[in-house]
Design a protein around this ligand. Structure first.
Ligand code: F6R
Length: 605
């Protein structure tokens, strides 16, 4: 997954285009480049490294021109080299493109072009397309026709933006199963693979649908259907995300800033109208079978939600990882609810398509407005968490968890599994939660930091919990792995004695997610596992609640949270674990906002 940006203006745009890929860097960051048209000639600069690194080598921000395209890459086809970086220029230097996605038939196209004497510079699937453009243009001498003729030969999923010296006033863009949006300014227009490409310059956006292409000028744009060339009228969206919230503020990393955004994110989740929450709950009541789906962190949010539905609404809805969803035989009458921050994740999107084809109803909780998943489902809740820039998900995951808790609570009320008194008491707990999040972030960060610092050398961790704290442990282990590159294995605390206990020794650290003592069964079971580890000389760290003397007695170090409702306790622990991973990674000097080998939204299978 990579980031695309393009600008058409009447003024010099070098600096703005550079800023725009910088704002997309979280989408991919192993190489980047820019191409601009200057005095009729295409100027291309690209190299390997993060945006600032490449800029110091290539002076991207000093490029001149009023029309240009840019790209930040996360390698899929072809290694991380200067040649493989985008943009890609045609051999005659008249066409330059940036591309996201995969041209699936590139091998056969490449072979045909090689036979015609084309010399390739890179190993990418993308480079075949600039050669097809050159070939098509020499046949018809019409840029739009050449663009369409070249597109007619490629298969796969892609978004492409082309700039050519044959038309100094327009960018040519196409979208097929890979996101692309337009940003509409005054006397200037933008194109980007997501809103962050142009949010700094305009709030007006148009979301392109699959099979549409655009000829984009500074004062005009025409969107047409690829198949028929018919003009398409599109709705202009007003994006209410605050640019400032997407900036790092005074924080040293986006991850930390986004953790500290969490009180606000939960407030936003509380503001989602009850009608939307109960609409989703009603959808569950009307379905014969329902499944919860996500991948990576959102899979764990689905798992946490599974416990919410069981305990509050007496309904068991299995949680599945999107990449494994095809094992389920969905049919008409079933429902699939997907969770996705980006709304563009390939595994989740294709599983939703599979569910739709088989007649199931679909729903989603999504953060990014205009994203593919938000547009394709029958019912969507936009979580409104604001841009999440750090590659690992924190505030978006917390907000999704909170929203799912609201849905489960509503379903519990509808199904009369909870009395009105209990429902109202739970609602009060939810309303108090943003304040509680604020309090624990302020009070606990120092303690968490000290424990993380003291244990950052630990290479192997077990993260353990019972009941709903088990998926919290799993999600927290994922966070730890992602940003520290240390090994952390999440598992149910009761599972430990069935094998993994053999690994316990002082160097193996166990982080326990200890329930409130009033959650007696869960608490007892967790304590048994803690004692088993302790008795075998293992090191025990606990995230627990104040006053829990029993748990404290078996821990080497503990984070002590204030008393709170059992409903909110797992989410509070999730936040502490995010912070724990952050500080451990900080101590290890990791690239926290952009961990190696990862990208923010994985739009490939
Ligand atoms: C982990 C993380 C990933 C994503 C996963 C799904 O911190 O961010 O595991 O949760 O790739 O992405 P979305 O939510 O965009 O569908």
């Amino acid at each position: 997954m990579c980031g695309i940006s393009g600008i058409v203006h009447s003024e010099n745009i070098g600096r703005n285009l550079f800023n725009s890929i910088r704002n997309l860097e979280y989408r991919g960051y192993d190489s980047c480049g820019m191409a601009m048209l200057r005095q009729g000639e295409l100027d291309l600069r690209k190299n390997v490294g993060g945006i600032d690194e490449v800029n110091s080598l290539e002076k991207l921000d000093q490029m001149q021109g009023s029309i240009g395209i840019a790209h930040t890459r996360w390698a899929t086809h072809g290694g991380v080299t200067q040649e493989n970086a985008h943009p890609h220029l045609s051999p005659n230097r008249q066409f330059v493109i940036v591309h996201n996605g995969i041209i699936s038939n590139y091998q056969e196209l490449r072979e045909r072009l090689l036979k015609n004497g084309v010399v390739f510079e890179s190993l990418t699937d993308t480079e075949v397309f600039v050669n097809l453009l050159e070939e098509s243009y020499s046949n018809c001498n019409d840029l739009e026709k050449a663009f369409l003729a070249a597109l007619g030969q490629i298969e796969g999923s892609f978004s492409i933006v082309m700039l050519s010296s044959h038309d100094p006033d327009h960018l040519y863009c196409v979208k097929k199963e890979s996101p692309l949006l337009l940003g509409l300014g005054e006397g200037c227009n933008y194109v980007g693979s997501d809103l962050n490409a142009f949010l700094e310059y305009t709030r007006k956006a148009v979301v392109l649908d699959d099979g549409e292409y655009v000829v984009l000028g500074k004062n005009d744009y025409q969107i047409r259907k690829l198949q028929t060339r018919e003009l398409v009228e599109k709705k202009v969206l007003h994006i209410d995300w605050d640019v400032e919230t997407s900036k790092r503020g005074g924080y040293s990393h986006y991850m930390l800033k986004e953790i500290f955004d969490e009180p606000q994110t939960v407030r936003q989740a509380l503001k989602i109208p009850l009608g939307q929450i109960s609409g989703l709950a009603t959808m569950f009541t009307e379905s014969s079978r329902a499944y919860l789906m996500g991948v990576g962190t959102t899979y764990y949010v689905a798992n946490i939600s599974q416990y919410f539905f069981s305990t509050l609404a007496d309904r068991y809805y299995p949680a599945l990882s999107s990449d494994e969803f095809s094992v389920v035989n969905v049919e008409s009458g079933d429902m699939v609810l997907a969770l996705s921050q980006s709304g563009e994740t390939y595994d989740t999107k294709s599983s939703l398509e599979y569910a739709k084809v088989h007649g199931a109803q679909t729903a989603a909780v999504v953060n990014v407005m205009g994203s593919a998943i938000s547009m394709m489902v029958d019912q969507v809740i936009m979580q409104g968490s604001g841009p999440e820039i750090c590659v690992v998900s924190t505030k978006a995951a917390l907000a999704q968890t909170f929203i799912m808790l609201r849905v489960a609570l509503e379903l519990g009320r509808m199904r009369q599994q909870i009395t009105l008194d209990v429902y109202q008491e739970h609602q009060r707990d939810l309303e108090l939660f943003p304040q509680m999040v604020e309090q624990i972030l302020n009070e606990q960060s120092g303690f968490v930091r000290n424990i993380a610092r003291a244990t950052s050398h630990v290479e192997h961790w077990l993260f353990l919990g019972c009941g709903v704290y088990y998926p919290v442990a799993m999600e927290s282990a994922l966070k730890m792995k992602e940003i520290t590159y240390q090994h952390a294995e999440g598992m149910p605390a009761g599972f430990l004695k069935h094998g993994t206990l053999s690994m316990v020794e002082p160097a193996l650290h166990s982080l326990f997610f200890v329930p409130l003592p009033e959650q007696k069964d869960l608490h007892d079971r967790t304590l048994i596992a803690m004692e088993q580890v302790k008795a075998r000389g293992g090191t025990v760290i606990g995230i627990m609640f104040q006053g829990d003397e029993r748990a404290l007695a078996v821990t080497d170090q503990a984070v002590l949270l204030p008393q709170m409702s059992a409903l909110c306790a797992p989410m509070a622990q999730m936040i502490m674990a995010q912070m724990f991973a952050y500080y451990a990674a900080l101590d290890l000097g990791r690239n926290i906002d952009k961990p190696r080998n990862l990208a923010k939204s994985v739009t490939v299978g």
